[in-house]
Write a protein that binds this ligand. Structure first.
Ligand code: HAM
Length: 474
């Protein structure tokens, strides 16, 4: 290899890359495992994902949110500015591109959407309600509900002041879970406010800005660590001199079950009135499972007001499902006019777990309606019939293999399609076809027109059964 300045002069590729590639050139057995913390999505797994996405999309569009998207790679600084130390320095996949730029695979969408709003602030009609269903990566320790590659729905409203915006976003989270079949006893919504947290840290606990940041992070992981570890780390943050009084104050805060239980110095603030207004709005929307929780922090730095999180109440999955909040400062960071912004991001992995532990996963069939079994020399005619059915909106997979009938049938069963249709020379001549419902085993002889109505009716029935299933469970 002729190597100059790290590059092979003949092909122009980096020399170390060529050495690396040559190591694997003759490898016979490559692993079938996907990269750590990621999953392969086979058609059967995609069914549940698509079901959840369909509910996400219908709730978002039902509230007047419009779809948008942003790049998968972003300059690292858009996260460094306000997303917080942990996300940027520990969890972000970073790479240097061929032009020596530091880029990140997006770990979240909030900075990107804030940039998009700032870039077109003069043209956009506000309030702007936008949603996205997208793929993200974070370098986290893979565990139940946490993966390195994951999906989120992001819903954000820009340019709408006051508690109405928060109430709408929270109502959307509530609607997503109930449309997926949940009832209010299966989850709770915890609410706090960053401004209350700031008052609490500065005035009540007497912490400076650096100590306050550390204490916020400690509160954020309170439920994930042992009480002794929480205590030891809190003492470290206070310092020996003020630790005893500090711990007493924390104990008092943790005992507060409602806003009325808060110490007077905190209770008498604008931020508390803001939270009260939000609870009034939620009550008007008929949401009864929201509670105030002084320990709820949310890890991201950009939140400026309300923060909230949806929690699973099932004993086997007692954890945060998803969250969000108000982040009024982010659009301004991109040179835009400072602007009101509220949003949230349900994740796919946590939603799947929620549905599983509450037994809310419906039986999901293939998206193919008919598997067409071709008998004898009928391929040409069968191809034409399949085309005609597709033009009527029926989803048809045509068996082109010329295999024996039982082999074709076996494939149809394995694919979990709803119907098998038999097409041979006799069927083509008489224009009457055998349609077999694979679930009931019922076989009927029908004209092509009747095949279309039978199959489309069946598909609609399945869709409404999914909806009924959701209602029954709720
Ligand atoms: P976040 O709390 O970092 O907020 O993530 C929101 C949700 O995404 C989590 O509650 C979880 O369901 C899912 N999620 C996050 N990381 C992972 C992971 N490693 N594996 C599986 N699921 C994950 C945000 O991302 C904010 N940008 C949300 C937001 C939107 N705030 C305002 N607008």
């Amino acid at each position: 290899m002729a190597c100059r300045k790290g590059f092979d002069t003949r092909v122009g590729y980096p020399c170390d890359l060529l050495v690396f590639m040559s190591k694997y050139e003759h490898m016979a057995n490559l692993s079938t495992d996907p990269y750590k913390g990621t999953r392969d999505w086979y058609p059967e797994q995609m069914r549940l994902r698509e079901y959840i996405f369909a509910v996400w999309r219908s709730v978002s569009e039902g509230y007047g949110y419009e779809a948008y998207d942003a790049p998968i790679l972003e300059p690292i600084e858009i996260y460094a500015a306000k997303s917080g130390h942990e996300l940027v320095s520990e969890q972000t996949y970073m790479l240097t591109d061929r032009g020596d730029r530091q880029v990140a695979i997006r770990p979240e969408l909030t900075p990107s959407v804030s940039r998009m709003i700032a870039a077109r602030q003069q043209e956009i009609a506000f309030p702007a309600r936008w949603y996205n269903i997208g793929r993200f990566m974070r370098y986290e320790r893979p565990q139940r509900g946490r993966e390195r590659e994951f999906w989120q729905l992001n819903c954000d409203v820009f340019g709408l002041e006051g508690a109405q915006a928060e109430a709408e976003i929270i109502a959307m989270g509530h609607a997503i879970l109930t449309n997926l079949g949940a009832n209010e006893s299966m989850f709770s919504i915890k609410i706090n406010n960053r401004r209350i947290i700031n008052v609490m840290m500065a005035h009540y606990l007497g912490l400076d800005a650096v100590q306050a940041q550390l204490m916020i992070k400690l509160f954020d992981k309170k439920n994930k660590i042992a009480p002794e570890a929480f205590r030891d780390q809190a003492i470290e943050i206070f310092g020996q001199d003020t630790a005893t009084k500090g711990l007493q104050n924390i104990a008092e805060l943790l005992a507060a079950r409602t806003m009325a239980d808060l110490p007077e110095s905190i209770r008498d603030s604008d931020a508390v009135r803001e939270v009260q207004e939000l609870f009034t709005q939620l009550e008007r929307l008929g949401i009864k499972n929201a509670i105030f929780d002084i320990t709820l922090m949310r890890g991201l730095d950009y939140y400026t007001g309300t923060v909230f999180e949806f929690f699973d109440t099932h004993p086997e999955n007692n954890r945060a499902l998803f969250g969000g909040g108000r982040y009024d400062g982010l659009v301004g960071l991109f040179g835009g006019e400072p602007m009101s912004a509220v949003g949230f991001a349900p994740g796919l992995s946590m939603t799947e777990l929620f549905l599983q532990v509450h037994d809310l996963v419906p039986a999901l069939a293939s998206t193919t309606d008919i598997y067409m079994v071709v008998i004898g020399e009928a391929m040409r005619g069968a191809t034409k019939i399949a085309q005609q059915l597709r033009q009527e909106g029926v989803h048809v997979e045509l068996d082109m293999t010329g295999r024996k009938l039982d082999k074709q049938l076996k494939t149809a069963v394995k694919k979990n399609v709803s119907f098998v249709m038999f097409v041979g020379e006799e069927e083509l001549a008489t224009e009457v076809y055998s349609l077999k419902n694979l679930k009931t085993g019922e076989e009927t002889k029908l004209s092509l027109e009747r095949v279309v109505t039978r199959v489309l009716d069946h598909r609609n029935k399945l869709a409404s059964e999914d909806a009924d299933f959701a209602v029954e469970r709720a």
